[in-house]
Design a protein around this ligand. Sequence first.
Ligand SMILES: Cc1cc2nc3c(=O)[nH]c(=O)nc-3n(C[C@H](O)[C@H](O)[C@H](O)COP(=O)(O)O)c2cc1C
Length: 578
Amino acid sequence: MSATTITSNRPRDVQVTEIGKNTIILRSRTWERLKFEVEYSRQRGTTANSYLIQADKKALIDPPGESFTEIYLQQLAQHLDFTTLDYIVLGHVNPNRRATLEVLLAQAPQVTLICSRPTANTLKTAFPNWESRIQAVRFNDTLDLGQGHELSFITVPTPRWPDGLCTYDPATKILYTDKFFGAHICEDTLFDEDWKALDAERRYYFDCLHAPQAKQVEVALDKLTALGAKFYAPAHGPIVRYSLSRFTFDYRQWSQEQKSQELSVALLYASAYGNTAILANGIAQGLIENGVNVESINCELADPAEITRIVEACDGFIIGSPTLGGHAPTQIQTALGIVLSTAAKTKLAGVFGSYGWSGEAVDVIESKLKDANYRLGFETIRVRFSPTPEILQQCQQAGAAFAQTLKKTKKLRTPRQAVTEAKIDRTEQAVGRIIGSLCVVTTRDGENHKGILTSWVSQATFNPPGIMIAIAQEQNADLMRHPGDKFVLNILKEGRNIRRYFSRHSALGDNPFANLSTRTALNGSLILNEALAYLECTVQNQIECGDRLLIYAVVDKGEVLENDGVTAIEHRKSGSYF
Ligand SMILES: Cc1cc2nc3c(=O)[nH]c(=O)nc-3n(C[C@H](O)[C@H](O)[C@H](O)COP(=O)(O)O)c2cc1C
C-alpha cells in the first residue's frame, strides 16, 4: 500500500506485528497532524513506534507519548502481562513520554528503567521515588535478555536530544534508532519496500530534526554503522529494511551538504522545559530552508572551548534563553560572555526566548548585544510560555530574514558580481547601484491609514529642510500629491524587519499596522514606534515624470527615535526593479 492510501478520518489505532524473533512492534498511529511543530507540517500523520522483546527477560522499548497512552496500553496488555515486564528502555525522555511511563510504572512496579545518564538525572529530579528503579547505561554497556538477545547500548547525544540512546539487538540484528532514520508518515505498510516514495518525507524529517545538528549526527552515524545492523527500527515511520544502506548514505550526504553551506549561523540556546527549544527549531528551519548552515549549541551541554570555536567561525549568531528566577540560566550567561568577547562586531545577531511573566533574560541579552554594537537580523522574539503555530511561523520567517540579510552582507563584501550579472543590462546595473534609505510613508484618508514602502527618498533642500520622494500613481499617491497634503516619512532601522508588513507580497492584508506599535503624529498620520526616525512633512510641489510622480515636501518636524541604530538601506543589483 502506498502513501496515497492515507485517509485523514481514520481513527488513531495501534498496529501490532511481529518483526523478528521474540520481537513485536506496537505502532501507535495517527493519520492527522499530531502536533503543531514544524516537523509535522507536511500533514502525513505519524506513528509512534514502540518495541517489545520477550526472551527469558522482557524489555519494552520507547513507550509513546500521552496522546496514545490509553490505546497503547490496551494493546500492550493483549501481548504482555505487565507484572512480568523486566525493563523499559528509553531512547530519550520528554514530558509527553513521562505521562505514559507514570501509568506503566504504577502497573508494573517491578520494572527497571534503562536510559542514558542525562535521562536518569531528569527522571530522578521529576520522580525522586523512582530513583532505585532507574539504571543509567553508558556507551557499549550491555543487557542480556537471554536467547541471544544481548542488547548493547549506544549513547548518541545531540543538542536537541542530549540524552539520546540507541539499542542494538544482535539476535535480530535490529538497531533501535529512536530519532534517527525516521519519517513522519502514517501508512499500513510496516517496512520501506516502497522507499523511493518516502524520500521527500525522510528528507523533510532530517531537515527539521537533524540538519541543525549535522556534526553530532555524523558522530552518531560512526557509532551506529559499526554495528552491522540489518534493520533500523526508528521512533517514527516505517522500519528501514530495504533501503538501509541507501538511507545511511543519505544521512551522511545530507549532513555533509549542510556543513558545506557557505554561510553558517551559531544557534546558542538553553531550554529547561522545551519552549525555547521549540522556538530555536522554528528559527533553524527558516535558516536551513534559505541555504544557511545552522550549528545548534545546547549551552547546557557545550563546553566553553567549543562555543568559542563555533562563534569565531560563524557568520552570525542567535541566542535563545528562558527566564528563570529573573535571569538567563548560568550557561547562557557564560555563552553570552564568550560571544561578547569573541564575536566580531560585523556578525549579525539575533535574540529569542520564552518567559512566564517578566522575561528579563531576553531583554538583558538584547541590550548587551546592542550596547556592544551588534546588528540584529530580526526583531527580538519574546514568547510567553509555549509558542502558538503563528509564533512558530514568525520564527521561521525570522530565520529566513536573518539568512537573507547574511547573504546580502556577504555579497556586498564579495566583489565578484560581474559574472552572475553579465546578462543584466549594464546601465540597469549601474542605476541599481544608487541606494536609498528604506522608509515607510504613512498617509491618512479620514479614518484610514495607509503605508507605502519606498527607498526612493532623498534630501532636496536645506532651507527649508525639504525632501523629494518618487512614487508610482498606484501607491496611493493621491493622498500625497496636492500642495498642503500631509504625510509622515518613517525611516526604518537596520535589523528590524518592518518592511515585511508593507511589502507588496505581504500576507498581512489591508492593515499592516495591526501588528505594529504606532502613535499619531501632529499632522494625523501614523508614526511607527520602531522606526529609527520620522519626519512630518507637507507637500509643496509635484512633477509628473515617466512612470513616477516626483513629490517635493517640506519637513515640519522630525525626531530620532533610537540613537544607537543605523538606517536600513536597500541594495539592488539592477535599476529595473526594486
Ligand atoms: C523555576 C522557574 C522560575 C521561573 N522564573 C521566571 C521569571 O523569573 N520570570 C519569567 O518571566 N518567567 C519565569 N519562569 C517561567 C519560564 O520562563 C517559562 O516557563 C518558560 O516557558 C521556560 O522556557 P523553557 O521551556 O525554554 O525552559 C520560571 C519558570 C520556572 C519553572
